[in-house]
Design a protein around this ligand. Structure first.
Ligand code: SER
Length: 318
């Protein structure tokens, strides 16, 4: 990777990936783009407003900056997607297809995140294998399976260096996620610091995989820098660092805030979505093929989240 473009850089992953990539590859070599103007992404490198569905504007930027690697991070997430499936398909697949086509025309590598949402109710729930049944029941998951298949197709058919990981929920403290089923695992920390109380939209025993953002960023970069000769898989690798349920994360928070209270007000849509996803996935292939090795677990992540969120919102206590 020498000249990188991030599409959808204003989102939860992009806002932090931009900073990390610029620290490694140089500010001028990482072009951040987003559909909305952004005050921070232009600070130490190029930024452009770009609607990823506008193929001509997208292609012009790739040519202008002589881009060799595209991070396609544009997506409507799972819960938002269910509220407007047609829009979710148009945005998620539109951005994907433009990214793959522009990569084909310009000889770029492409990273597009897939998700645990690519799995469905008939997928084995525990220790979910890398290669298994994939019949998602959300439009977001359907887009992710399509993305995996199209990315592999472009690799086999056109030799495009397309790679991806199946992200679980990502916990972070710079930019909030939006419209996802795993968002509760971020919101809980803010509410714990602010009010010592959280109203959880998912049942107490609903297990899902999660990653802390520093590990998610390492996954993006580690996979794109991996020796292609070692890659048996490409689209897409299971990656995870921990699996927990709402009651487990609440118990961890109580180690720091003993009077933290959790109430439940179940959101039926999110419950249905979460129930269709794995409890915990097996990431052996990522570990074997490109040395994936996450560093954060629930305990260390919770300590760090409470400290950073506490500072951010002025409580200063954690
Ligand atoms: N975080 C996403 C969601 O909840 C899953 O990839 O929609």
């Amino acid at each position: 990777m020498k000249k990188i473009m991030i599409v959808g850089a204003g989102g939860q992953i992009g806002s932090e990936l931009t900073v990390k990539l610029r620290s490694i590859y140089g500010g001028a070599n990482v072009v951040a783009t987003d559909i909305k103007p952004n005050d921070t992404l232009g600070g130490d490198g190029p930024f452009a407003v770009l609607d990823a569905l506008d193929a001509r504007a997208y292609a012009e930027l790739v040519a202008r900056y002589d881009v060799d690697t595209i991070f396609n991070l544009v997506a409507l997430l799972s819960a938002t997607g269910e509220r407007d499936p047609q829009l979710a398909w148009r945005v998620n697949i539109g951005a994907l297809m433009n990214s793959l086509e522009i990569a084909r025309e310009n000889g770029c590598a492409v990273f597009t995140p897939s998700s645990i949402a690519a799995f469905g109710p008939d997928t084995p729930k525990d220790n979910t294998p890398q290669d298994t049944v994939m019949h998602p029941t959300t439009i977001y998951g359907v887009c992710k399976v399509t993305g995996e298949l199209m990315s592999d197709y472009y690799y086999h058919r056109f030799g495009i260096d397309a790679r991806s990981v199946r992200f679980p929920g990502i916990v972070s403290n710079l930019t909030l996620p939006g419209g996802g089923t795993t968002d509760y695992a971020v919101e809980i920390y803010y509410e714990a610091v602010k009010h010592k109380r959280f109203v959880c939209p998912l049942p107490e025993d609903m297990y899902m995989d999660m990653l802390y953002m520093p590990d998610a960023l390492d996954a993006c970069i580690g996979l794109m820098e991996a020796d292609p000769a070692r890659l048996v898989h490409r689209n897409s690798f299971n990656v995870t660092a921990m699996s927990f349920s709402p009651e487990v994360i609440a118990a961890e928070i109580r180690k720091h805030i003993p009077d933290f209270v959790m109430d439940y007000d179940i959101d039926p849509l999110k419950e249905r979505i979460a129930a269709s996803w794995p409890n915990n996935i097996d990431d052996t292939c990522a570990r074997r093929e490109w040395d994936w090795n996450p560093k954060w677990d629930l305990a260390s992540m919770t300590e760090d989240m409470l400290r950073v969120v506490g500072k951010k919102i002025g409580a200063g206590k954690y």
